[in-house]
Design a binder for this molecule. Structure first.
Ligand code: HEM
Length: 238
């Protein structure tokens, strides 16, 4: 194909979503909507949670877990959205990082409330992972091991979500580490399933899980297809 034909096919790309560093702008356009949206979502999920007679902190586990899950899904959809909207798709966008920060915040809150269901004492959390000195590998145990691995990853990703880490690790290594986000998503889905999120398929919580997984898989499939198409066109032009 001639360079002229190819370049006439090459799409002009606009700037990616949410790349401006300006903190005031991000507070207004990222953090404020995220704070309002997640609080509203959490309130709705708490309202529709089955009541177990009186309030217990552990009742917040499902709602906070689902808010973290949806936020995590959004971080995985920013790239495909850029490609779909014919925008650039750089390795770092502040939008993805800011949503990631909220994912980590809700995850940590979720882990704290998630640990409230098993009696008291400073070492009560051990019962989530071991019984009689052996690792728990029933559904409850696997739910906790996958949850623990997810927690480690989400906190690690939060720690390296800074301009300084990006500079020090260099773009490629930083991006490779950020790709742990996919592993994180798989772990969270497995964790929710081990915890019985799909046992009541008619519940809104099961629906959130299923719809989120479908949307992320579709988003990733479309993203890969668009990215390959864009790369092929760029190769044509050069
Ligand atoms: C060791 C760490 C963790 C513990 C102890 C834990 C605890 C729990 C508990 C007790 C539930 C069941 C809630 C219920 O059915 O009432 C749950 C479900 C769930 N957790 Fe975790 N969790 C951990 C880590 C995580 C992380 C890091 C995430 C997300 C980033 C997460 C996301 C979820 C989701 C999506 C559900 C399913 C909620 C539903 O639809 O019912 N969990 N977790």
């Amino acid at each position: 194909m001639s360079a002229k034909t190819a370049s006439s096919r090459a799409e002009p790309l606009r700037g990616a979503l949410g790349t401006r560093r300006d903190i005031r702008r991000r507070l207004l356009l990222h953090h404020l909507p995220l704070a309002i949206g997640t609080s509203a979502g959490l309130a709705v999920l708490i309202a529709i949670s089955p009541s177990r007679g009186g309030f217990a902190l552990s009742q917040l586990a499902s709602p906070t877990g689902d808010v973290a899950l949806v936020l995590l899904a959004i971080t995985l959809l920013v790239g495909p959205a850029n490609l779909l909207l014919r925008r650039r798709n750089p390795i770092n966008t502040y939008l993805r990082r800011d949503v990631g920060t909220w994912t980590a915040i809700y995850s940590v809150v979720h882990v704290i409330v998630g640990f409230q269901g098993h009696g008291g004492g400073p070492f009560a959390f051990v019962d989530y992972f071991f019984v009689d000195g052996r690792p728990l590998i029933d559904s409850f145990g696997l739910g906790n091991w996958t949850g623990l691995a997810a927690t480690v990853i989400v906190v690690a990703l939060l720690v390296i979500s800074t301009d300084r880490s990006l500079r020090e690790l260099k773009a490629k290594r930083w991006k490779d580490l950020q790709r742990l986000n996919y592993t994180l998503f798989a772990l969270v889905v497995a964790h929710a399933v081990f915890y019985g999120a799909l046992t009541q398929m008619v519940s809104p919580f099961a629906l959130i899980l299923v719809v989120t997984v479908i949307v992320v898989l579709l988003g990733q499939a479309v993203g890969i297809w668009l990215w390959r198409r864009r790369r092929a066109r760029t190769a044509d032009v050069t």
